[in-house]
Every structure is written in structure tokens, then in C-alpha cells.
Design a protein around this ligand. Structure first.
Ligand SMILES: C[S@@+](CC[C@H](N)C(=O)[O-])C[C@H]1O[C@@H](n2cnc3c(N)ncnc32)[C@H](O)[C@@H]1O
Length: 232
């Protein structure tokens, strides 16, 4: 089974022999790959919505993996028992949704050794929650698929040193290791800030002026980081 690049990046962070819970699995392609490739002896695959859950059931049945992939329909970590999995994957959702899934049942995270997360938006909010709640950003990577850049975060229990909100938004490990896609990623972020600033320029409300000042500071710092990374 050939995995798309984004899912392959997630699979690359799974330690050999570990029991994984893939929360919000949808089609269950990743659990099928992890079991079929021998990385995981067993995977728990969950989804809260009946449509994606049915899609997962169909794929798991097609591959005759019902005994190795434990499918559960339900909300986030509520369908897990403490200690059932060592690794959690939560991918393809907004950073806020991922944060809420992790935050809602704190006891469930006690025995988790690895979080493999792939927020579609708001990665900074998710990183901020992780570092405030005893998780170290062990590694991060950018993946390009069909013209879009995705952020993948590996978190492990520990103390993260970086607390600067802008660095947490951009990705401390992406910056330190100068991810191969970093400059393209920063260019995208800079363009997005410039676009928002041009939209805000049409409004003269006090709120808009405050947002402009905040975003101008953020944009200037991001451009400095981009220029520094460009020279490295
Ligand atoms: C866009 S899909 C991503 C599927 C897969 N994880 C991937 O990365 O390709 C998001 C999936 O998460 C599920 N989902 C959203 N919130 C959830 C929650 N609180 N608990 C479990 N599943 C959830 C949705 O039903 C949907 O199938």
C-alpha cells in the first residue's frame, strides 16, 4: 500500500512495535499501512462521525485486518482506556480541535509516549497548549502534497524551552533544523499577513488599527527570520 506523502510522514514518526491510536482516522489508510508494513502489531482507529467510520470499516474489511485494527466510533480520547496505546496520532483537523481532543481527558495522556499531530491550521495554538502542558516539541517537519504544505509535529513528555508565541507559531524545530520547505512556508505566511494587512487598511475602527499594529510587528519579525534563514 502506497501512502500519500502527508500520511507517510506521520507513519515515519511511529516507533516500531508500538500500539497506536489514530483518532479521527476517516478512511483508516494509515492504520492499514502501519499494520500491513509490520510497524504496529495492532492499531486502534477511531472516528466520531458515522460516514468516515463506515469508510474505515470498509477499508479494514477489504484488507482482512479486523483482528488487528480495532475500530471504535466515538468522540476523541473518550473511546480509549488508559494505557491501551503508547502513541496517539491526531491528523487532518484544525489545531484547536486537536488541542480540545487532547485536553478533554487529561488522564488518558499519562501513559502516552508520543503524540504525532498534523494540524491543518492554528499550529501555534496547538504548540502553545503542548508546551504549557508538559510536552516537548521533539521534532517537526513540513510536507508538500498537491501544492499544499502541511505541518507535522512530534511531541513527547518533557519541558520545552521555547515559549515565544511567534516562534511557537512558526515552529521552533522547523526553524532550528531549517526544514527543506521552511523558506517556502515562511513566504506563504508572510503573504498571508500582507493580505490581511491590506484588508485591514480599509477599516478605520480602533480594533482594526490595533490589529494592524500587532500584525505589522509580527510581519516584521517574520521577515527578519525569513531573511536570516535565507542567509544560513
Ligand atoms: C479530514 S479527516 C482526517 C482523516 C485522517 N486523520 C487524515 O489525516 O487523513 C478528519 C476526521 O476526524 C474526524 N473527527 C473530527 N473530530 C473528531 C473527534 N472529536 N473525535 C474523533 N474523530 C473526529 C472526522 O470525522 C474526520 O473523519
Amino acid at each position: 500500500m502506497n501512502l500519500p506523502r502527508r500520511l507517510a510522514a506521520l507513519a515515519g514518526y511511529v516507533p516500531h512495535g508500538s500500539i497506536v491510536a489514530d483518532i479521527g482516522t476517516d478512511h483508516a489508510f494509515l492504520p492499514v499501512y502501519l499494520v500491513k508494513s509490520g510497524v504496529c502489531p495492532r492499531v486502534i482507529a477511531t472516528d466520531v462521525n458515522p460516514g468516515p467510520f463506515a469508510a474505515a470499516e470498509k477499508v479494514v474489511t477489504t484488507y482482512h485486518l479486523q483482528d488487528k485494527i480495532d475500530l471504535r466510533c466515538g468522540d476523541g480520547l473518550r473511546v480509549l482506556q488508559p494505557g491501551e496505546a503508547q502513541v496517539l496520532i491526531v491528523a487532518g483537523m484544525g489545531g484547536g480541535t486537536i488541542r480540545d481532543i487532547l485536553a478533554v481527558v487529561p488522564a488518558m495522556l499519562n501513559q502516552i509516549r508520543r503524540l504525532i499531530l498534523q494540524p491543518m491550521v492554528d499550529a501555534g495554538d496547538l504548540r502553545a497548549w503542548l508546551v504549557e502542558n508538559g510536552w516537548l516539541l521533539a521534532d517537526e517537519m513540513l510536507v508538500e502534497e498537491n501544492g499544499r504544505i502541511y505541518v507535522v509535529i512530534l511531541a513527547e513528555p518533557g519541558t520545552e524551552q521555547v515559549r515565544d508565541p511567534l516562534l511557537l507559531e512558526l515552529g521552533p524545530r522547523l526553524l532550528e533544523k531549517r526544514d527543506p520547505l521552511l523558506l517556502v512556508y515562511l513566504e506563504e505566511i508572510i503573504r498571508r499577513h500582507q493580505h490581511v494587512l491590506s484588508e485591514l487598511a480599509r477599516s478605520s475602527s480602533t480594533g482594526a488599527r490595533r490589529k494592524v499594529r500587532e500584525l505589522e510587528v509580527k510581519l516584521a519579525r517574520t521577515e527578519n527570520i525569513y531573511n536570516y534563514q535565507g542567509r544560513r
